[in-house]
Each structure stands twice: as C-alpha cells, then as structure tokens.
Design a protein around this ligand. Structure first.
Ligand SMILES: Cc1ncc(COP(=O)(O)O)c(C=O)c1O
Length: 472
C-alpha cells in the first residue's frame, strides 16, 4: 500500500477544517451539519481536566459531565495514576484462559456495596450491551417459557435492537423491527403496569421481566417510591424479574449511590455504566441475585453464554475499582446532594427572574434541568412557520427545541460554559456536572445563565440562526 496513513501525532495536530472534512467524507455529513450549527462544533479540544476543557485559546466550563460519564471529572489524577501503573507494570490485559484477579476483585467489591443478595456480576462495555445482557438473563432464567418484557412509555435503554425494542422514548425515532414479546406501561403509573401484566396473563402468557428507570434520564422524571414498592410487590407476587436501569442515574449522579436506594426496594437485576468507568474506561455492568444467575447460567452447558471478547478487560476493571473507591472514600453521595441543593436554588432563582422562559425544574443531585415555555405566541408562530418546511413545523416542539439550542449556544459562545439538552418527548435544558465540581463553578454558571437569559427568547433565537447561517 502506498497511501500515507496518519499517525497518532498527526491526529493530535488536525485543525478543525480537516476534522470536519474527515467527518463529512468518512463519518456522517448530517452529523457534521448538525453540530456545525453550534459554536462548540467549530472548536477542537486540546485537553481536559476536572470540570474544564481547553481549546488552544479558551477554557470551557463543562457542565455536561460527559453526559453521565464524568462524575469524577475529566482525567481524574488517581484514576490516571492507576491506569499508568497498570501499563508500566505490563499487567496482563486479557486472556480468557486465566482467571483475572481484577475481574474477581471488581465483582467482589460490587457485591459489598449493593444491598441484598445482588452478588453476581457481568461487565461488558456499553450501557446497551448491559441492558441486552439483563434481558437475556431474565429470559434465560425462565428457560424461554415466559415471553413478555414490559417497559415504560418514556424509557430509553439504548440503541441496539433489543435495547431499542424496550425504549419508548422518541430518542429512538425509527421504528426498528422489535424483539418479540414487548409491551409498555405508562411511566410511574402502577395501575397501567398492573393492567398490562394481567392482560398478558389473560392470554395465558407470562412476563419474564419488567424494566424501570427509577429516574428517567431523558426526561428527569422520577418514579415515586410508592410506584417502586408496588412494582416490587407485583413482581414478587407474579415471579417477574424486576430490572432497574441506572446507567445514567447511578454512581451518585442523582445523590444516592443508586437512585433506587431512596426507596426500600431492591431490583433482581441492576444495570449500570457511564461513570462506572471513571471517565476513562468503556465498561458497563449488570449485577443480579444469586438464585437468578445460578439458575440461568451456572451449569456446564450455559456458563459461556454470557461472554464477549472485550468483557472484563484488565485495565477497564482496575479503572472501575478505583472509580468506585473514590466514590465511597470521598463521599460522592454527600457532595452530589450538596450540588443538587445549589443547582435547585440557582434554577429556582433564575426561574423567578425569567418565568416566561423557564417552565418546570426537575432533577436531583448533580443532574438538573428545566423544561421551556413556548417562545412565541400563536400569532407570531403562524407568521414564522410560513418560512419553515412543513415537516419541521409538524414537530410540535420545534420552537422549544430552537430556544433550548439557542440558550446552549449562547452560553458557550459568550460565557465558555458547555451545557446540553434533551430533545425527546420533553424538551429539557440540562446541567449534569462532575460531582467533584467546585461551588464557585456553579456560581459562574448562575451568573452566565442569568446574563444569557436576559438577552430574551427572540434575540437568543435570532443570534443562533445568525450563527447557523454564517456557517453554511
Ligand atoms: C438510562 C440509559 N439507559 C441506557 C443507555 C444506553 O447506554 P449506552 O449509550 O452506553 O449504550 C443510556 C445512555 O445514555 C441511558 O441514559
């Protein structure tokens, strides 16, 4: 081959024009066109540390927390040190024929921190893969004799075929062919859940599992403690496996180590990911009760049904061990709840100043957001929509999305503050900072947000559109 390949050093030096060109030609033109609308889509990042990211000339306060991954902040020193040490000692990363002391230690630690007999774990890489594993485990537990799994109407569990099949959220906006035996209930509505379970029984069928997000990460809506208790009782009565998805809400993101610990329920399978990898390792997991794992897989024919090439890699496991130790030693639970108090106060004060923009404040711990009011009255909306393609306008949330995107862009452009939004069934402006964030950084966010909202909805949207068209 006589074509020249880029080295890692070449990659580090690519300018934004070349990066965008490579995205256009080798990744996705539409992805490029979408993110180019935002100021951050036109920056290249040099490095990241704690709650900050750096371009060649800007220091940006990252309040996205890596969308759930960065409870420990960017490049946490203790996590980096453990990884460097592991590499320098030339530890064996993978060999499926030897037992791994790292995998053993991580599984042991997880069993120590989780309640009840949640003792048996498996560690793949992505959240969706862990969800797939949980579905498969529950199905196998009933030897394929039970056919149904129930999920909520606003759930998001990932983008692989099985995880997407049980995702009610509009985040999955294409109707993929689903796995069979899937039905949905209304989020946080026990009557709806119970009705589904007994409708299925009337057909002489049974549910093998019910999957719940104790806190829905896409919408920041909470399942009430009563709902969780009733769901747990129903699962006990009907021998249904209860799965909690804490992929985003886990590891103290919403205050407690896991969000479900605010209730007195314990799931049969707990699924987690994101900050489990300390912002450095691609590792997820599910943990189940002894009898479930023993019946499903613990026999000589079936134990290998649960494995994948990269599951339980050494460096991923030691990173998760360190990540968990830091969470416990540094009392992330307390820190996250304190961040939550500050964030709630900031957002409530800001809402008082801008009630026409901020609608409902939602969240808990280091994960907050607000829904937005429609920026236009009906008359102005009708006027503007004359110039908008029909398909776009049919989206009832179009103007809220536009306003949310405009706030996010202005905060970044004027204040060097990175935030994000959720554009599923509810449009939410979100902040999800690292748990290790300084209080002064949250105060900087408060000042930045107030100054940006002072610009007013119409001007914010105008600025955003001006920026968008300048990048065409
Ligand atoms: C609640 C929840 N479940 C599942 C997933 C899927 O995880 P992953 O993107 O790692 O596949 C996500 C990702 O954002 C999530 O927030």
């Amino acid at each position: 081959m006589n074509k020249k390949l880029l080295t890692v050093n070449d990659a580090k030096k690519l300018d934004i024009g070349t990066v965008q060109e490579f995205y256009k030609n080798h990744i996705s033109k539409s992805q490029l066109n979408f993110f180019k609308n935002f100021t951050f889509g036109n920056d290249v990042i040099q490095k990241a540390e704690g709650s900050y990211i750096y371009t060649s000339n800007k220091k940006i306060l990252d309040l996205t927390g890596g969308i759930g991954v960065l409870n420990h902040g960017h490049n946490n020193k203790k996590i980096l040190d453990e990884r460097i040490c592991f590499q320098e000692e030339k530890r064996m990363e993978v060999h499926k024929l030897f037992f791994s002391q790292y995998l053993a230690a991580l599984s042991y630690n997880i069993a120590q921190i989780l309640p009840g007999d949640l003792n048996r774990s498996f560690f793949p890489n992505s959240g969706a893969e862990a969800i797939e594993g949980a579905i498969k485990l529950a199905y196998k537990y009933y030897s394929g004799k039970r056919k149904y799994i129930l999920h909520s109407d606003i759930s998001f569990h990932g983008k692989t075929i099985a995880a997407a099949s049980i995702s009610g959220s509009e985040e999955i906006n294409f109707d993929y062919q689903k796995i069979s035996g899937v039905d949905k209930f209304i989020f946080n509505n026990f009557e709806s859940l119970k009705k589904k379970v007994y409708e299925i029984k009337q057909k002489n069928e049974d549910c093998y599992a019910i999957i719940i997000e104790p806190l829905s990460a896409s919408t920041l809506r909470k399942s009430d403690n009563d709902f969780l208790t009733q769901a747990r009782d129903l699962c006990d009565k009907e021998n249904i496996i209860l799965i909690y998805d804490e992929i985003y809400s886990g590891w103290c993101k919403t205050g407690h180590l896991f969000n479900f610990l605010r209730s007195d329920t314990i799931p049969d399978i707990l699924v987690y990911a994101k900050s489990f990898g300390g912002g450095k390792a691609s590792i997820s997991g599910y943990t189940t009760r002894d009898h479930i794992m023993l019946k499903a897989y613990d026999n000589s024919d079936d134990f290998s049904l649960q494995s994948s090439t990269y599951n339980g890699f050494g460096e991923e496991c030691i990173t998760a061990i360190e990540a968990i130790n830091l969470i416990i030693e540094n009392n992330y639970e307390k820190k996250s709840l304190e961040n939550g108090e500050t964030l709630r106060k900031i957002l409530e004060e800001t809402k008082k100043k801008f009630p026409n923009i901020i609608d409902e404040i939602r969240g808990s711990g280091s994960f907050y957001g607000f829904t937005l009011n429609n920026p236009f009255n009906e008359k102005i909306e009708n006027l503007i929509t004359q110039f908008i393609p029909i398909k776009t306008y049919r989206d009832k949330n179009f103007f809220k999305k536009l306003l949310c995107a405009s706030i996010i862009n202005q905060l970044y452009q004027d204040k060097n503050i990175l935030t994000f939004g959720s554009f599923a069934s509810d449009i939410l402006f979100k902040v999800s900072p690292a748990i290790e964030i300084d209080k002064k950084d949250l105060e900087e966010f408060e000042i930045g947000l107030i100054n940006v909202l002072k610009i007013g909805s119409l001007n914010l949207i105008g600025n955003f559109l001006k920026y968008k068209f300048s990048k065409k």
